[in-house]
Design a protein around this ligand. Structure first.
Ligand code: XLS
Ligand code: NI
Ligand code: NI
Length: 439
């Protein structure tokens, strides 16, 4: 069997003092933290598109990275070489899962029947690799944003024929997800939005997206898909207004259309910041609604207003994200590196450096989040801050729903003025975090 990344060894944990660039300093798969192995807390996944397909091309220039893997792009030989290279890559890093779009796996043909035949062929091949390595499918999805037919969206297209093609792609992507034993199926509404209200029937578009999702649930369940459907919210890019703006919007949409039992959120860090939120905000909103499913791990750049999809490097953000994930009792999905190398980092070595960075950053996040959890002072502070709802008769009446405006108004009048709420102590708490992390 051809080895694609010959110069790169299996990446092992060597500890913080290691100077080896091809080793983990913090990610130690077997280390037990809060009763679970790091590898169970951190079900890492490789994104087929960024890692095996993207060459670093952008609006201003063509690719810098060579991803032909010795075959001609656009052929099934190339598709198979990507499978071989991808599995070697994941095995060398100890990555347990992968995620894909239909058109990442095979070149799209002019005729959908031929594309589907290619998907059957490649998924047979992927299955043999999965059996050999034990690596699993985290989720699959249909790319309903690259082909020009989706210029106005997929479920939200103005064209019923395009809607039918979207349905056909979702059906096939679900077939392949089930065949590969995927834990989830993702809807990222790439072009499900609009540019101008002047030409858009927003109500019909949103209802049609819900119809497509409902059909996906019905079909998926009918072929034995037991996993979660995920919505991956994003506020903009490529469209000006995207309907799944953020977690709160997507959750409201799912509830309005009775889809909330089958769907959870797939939260992407860079999408959170594009929506004007922190990553941890989106995780918290999902978790408190019982819908924290999976994450797309990456980070944006505060100076750039788009989805730069950088590998996670910011340890504070990873710490607060892992704190939310621990509080929620873990993810039903996993941690998919929807991230790409910077364009000038174009070699095979850089692909490994990027994953080492991302995996070590999340390992640090987990280690730190466990320390904050075990320390307990943060939780105690928050509990104490809301004590008036738990420790007084008035508070208990309010949160159990056993009072009304008349009774509360009478209470307020008797009181005259409320006592001062306690200080938020933000700066003290930030110092506390630094003490736990670096003390
Ligand atoms: C794009 C999205 C996309 C989804 C999968 O911004 O992050 O990559 O994760 O379609
Ligand atoms: Ni994503
Ligand atoms: Ni994204």
């Amino acid at each position: 069997m051809k080895e694609y990344f010959k110069s790169i060894p299996n990446i092992k944990f060597e500890g913080a003092a290691s100077k080896n660039p091809f080793a983990f300093r913090f990610y130690d798969a077997e280390r037990v933290i809060l009763g679970k192995k790091m590898s169970e807390h951190l079900p890492f996944a490789m994104a087929w598109w960024h890692n095996l397909c993207a060459t670093g091309s952008d609006m201003f220039g063509r690719g810098t990275a060579e991803k032909s893997f010795g075959e001609t792009p656009g052929t099934m030989q190339h598709a198979k070489a990507k499978v071989d290279a991808g599995f070697e890559f994941m095995r060398k890093l100890g990555i347990q899962y992968f995620c894909w779009h239909d058109v990442d796996l095979v070149p799209e043909a002019d005729d959908i029947k031929e594309t589907n035949r290619r998907l059957d062929e490649i998924s047979d091949y992927i299955l043999t690799k999965m059996r050999d390595t034990g690596i699993k499918c985290l989720w699959g999805t249909a790319n309903m944003f690259s082909n020009p037919r989706f210029m106005n969206g997929a479920g939200s297209s103005n064209s019923a024929e395009v809607f039918a093609f979207a349905a056909a792609q979702v059906k096939k992507a679900l077939d392949i997800t089930v065949k590969l034993g995927g834990k989830g199926y993702v809807f990222w509404g790439g072009r499900e939005g609009y540019e101008t209200l002047l030409n858009t029937d927003v109500a019909l578009e949103q209802e049609n997206i819900a119809r497509l999702m409902k059909m996906a649930v019905d079909y998926g369940r009918s072929i034995g898909f037991k996993g979660d459907f995920f919505i991956e919210p994003k506020p903009k890019e490529p469209m000006k207004h995207q309907y799944d703006f953020d977690a709160a919007t997507a959750i409201g949409f799912l509830k309005a259309h009775n889809l909330d039992k089958d769907f959870k959120m797939n939260i992407e860090a860079n999408h959170a910041t594009l929506a004007g939120h922190t990553f941890e905000h989106e995780l918290r909103i999902s978790a408190i609604n019982g819908m924290l499913g999976s994450i797309d791990a990456n980070q944006g750049d505060w100076l750039l207003g788009w989805d730069t999809d950088e590998f996670p490097y910011d340890v504070y953000t990873a710490t607060f994200a892992m704190l939310e994930i621990l509080r929620a009792g873990g993810l039903t999905g996993g941690i998919n590196f929807d991230a790409k190398n910077r364009r000038p980092s174009y070699t095979y070595e850089d692909m490994f450096h990027a994953f080492i960075l991302g995996m070590d950053t999340f390992a640090l996040g987990l280690i730190n989040a466990a320390k904050i959890t075990e320390d307990g002072r943060l939780t105690d502070f928050v509990n104490e801050r809301y004590a008036s709802y738990h420790k007084t008769e008035l508070g208990r009446k309010i949160i159990s729903g056993n009072t009304n405006l008349r009774e509360l108004a009478a209470y307020a009048e008797k009181l005259g003025v409320p006592s001062q709420p306690s200080s938020g102590r933000q700066e003290m708490l930030q110092s506390l975090i630094n003490e736990i992390l670096f003390g």
